[in-house]
Ligand binder design. Structure first.
Ligand code: ATP
Length: 339
């Protein structure tokens, strides 16, 4: 996938930089007030009972804080955290070896849990419900299955597509929390906190501007902060003022709505090449030289959310707001078609 400054997924290099900015306690975690209160209750109750917390499922788009929350669960419970992901578990045996090495009270974080292979998924049901795993020893007709009792532990599963989780797996989670996109004032607090941790001098007006252009996503807010901070150091005295933030965001082609070059290419593609649409995803992606997956996962969710693009059964359509945003007026015949 082409890397883009507004993509909600982390790049490999970014993961390391992110760990310094992760809140460590629930109290430090900004936003998601409902989820925070619910999670606090689940954890407090478990602590009072002196038991492991129920299994927790976190669902929501990338970059909103699921991994961070899993780490917080472990730290609030005073437990060790084990991290893995659906795609990393190729065979049920991989999961069996992780499960059989867990200690009492451990928190097992499974990112992209909807991508677990079916045999691993079935093994996980049993482990979550009965704290038991059947370890297969040997191969072929001589293989035997040895039941192994596991100490109690907590699974924290993260998914961007909770609808793809089979019901039996979803039902094993005692608590499901949904992460929502962040409001501007919450993102402002996040960038102010991150700037403090990075020792960057961020003026309040610049913090608000970054928040506005971050597409409701803390990961993007922190990424924009790093780029404007670079700019302020190279082209100024290091202070991130509103003017330096504007200049840096212009350099990286992130406009006042948080749209970047890719988003504008998508909208311009629909408008100029397909007269506003409808156009199918693959045709559109090909016409702008991008992968359909990049258009679908990086650009479209935000364009749809902000009302610049509609997805119809016949294809993608640029809305009247999209035409306006690009400084164009929507032809009357298209406008009347919308009415
Ligand atoms: N509520 C928050 N307060 C402060 N920082 C946050 C918050 N949520 C996320 N972040 C920061 O945003 C970055 C991305 O968060 P995180 O990795 O937890 O997201 P994620 O939902 O797990 O994404 P992915 O599924 O793509 O890994 C981290 O650097 C984290 O510190």
């Amino acid at each position: 996938m082409t890397e883009s400054i507004i993509q909600p997924q982390a790049t490999d290099a970014e993961r390391a930089a992110e760990s310094a900015l992760r809140p460590k306690q629930l109290e430090e975690f900004v936003g998601q007030p409902k989820l925070r209160k619910q999670l606090q209750l689940v954890l407090e109750a478990a602590k009072l009972r002196g038991a492991c917390a129920d299994h927790i499922l976190l669902s929501g788009p990338p970059g909103l804080g699921k991994t961070t929350l899993a780490m917080i669960v472990a730290s609030e419970m005073g437990s060790a955290l084990r991290l893995t992901s659906g795609p990393a578990i190729q065979h049920a045996g991989d999961l069996a070896s992780i499960l059989s090495s867990l200690q009492e009270g451990d928190v097992l974080f499974i990112d992209e849990i909807h991508r677990l292979a079916r045999p691993a998924e079935e093994m996980l049901y049993l482990a979550m419900e009965d704290f038991r795993v059947d370890v297969v020893v040997g191969k072929g007709p001589g293989a035997t299955s040895i039941p192994l009792t596991l100490p109690p532990f907590t699974v924290v599963g993260a998914t961007t597509r909770s609808g793809l989780l089979p019901a039996p797996l979803r039902d094993r989670f005692g608590y499901t929390g949904h992460l929502e996109y962040y409001e501007h004032d919450e993102l402002e607090k996040i960038v102010v906190r991150s700037a403090r941790l990075l020792d960057a001098d961020l003026e309040p007006a610049a913090a608000l501007e970054l928040a506005r252009r971050s597409r409701g996503t803390p990961r993007i807010a922190n990424r924009l902060l790093r780029r404007v901070s670079d700019y302020a150091q190279v082209h100024g005295n290091g202070v991130i003022s509103l003017a330096s933030a504007h200049a840096a965001l212009e350099l990286f082609e992130v406009d006042p709505y948080g749209l970047d070059r890719l988003d504008r290419m998508v909208l311009e593609g629909i408008i100029h090449r397909f007269n506003g649409g409808p156009v199918g995803l693959s045709t559109l992606a090909m016409s702008i030289g991008e992968e359909p997956e990049t258009v679908e996962t990086v650009s479209e969710p935000y364009l749809v959310r902000e009302g610049f693009l509609s997805r119809t059964p016949r294809g993608r359509i640029a809305t009247a707001s999209a035409w306006k945003h690009l400084g164009l007026s929507m032809p009357a015949d298209l406008l009347s078609g919308l009415a």
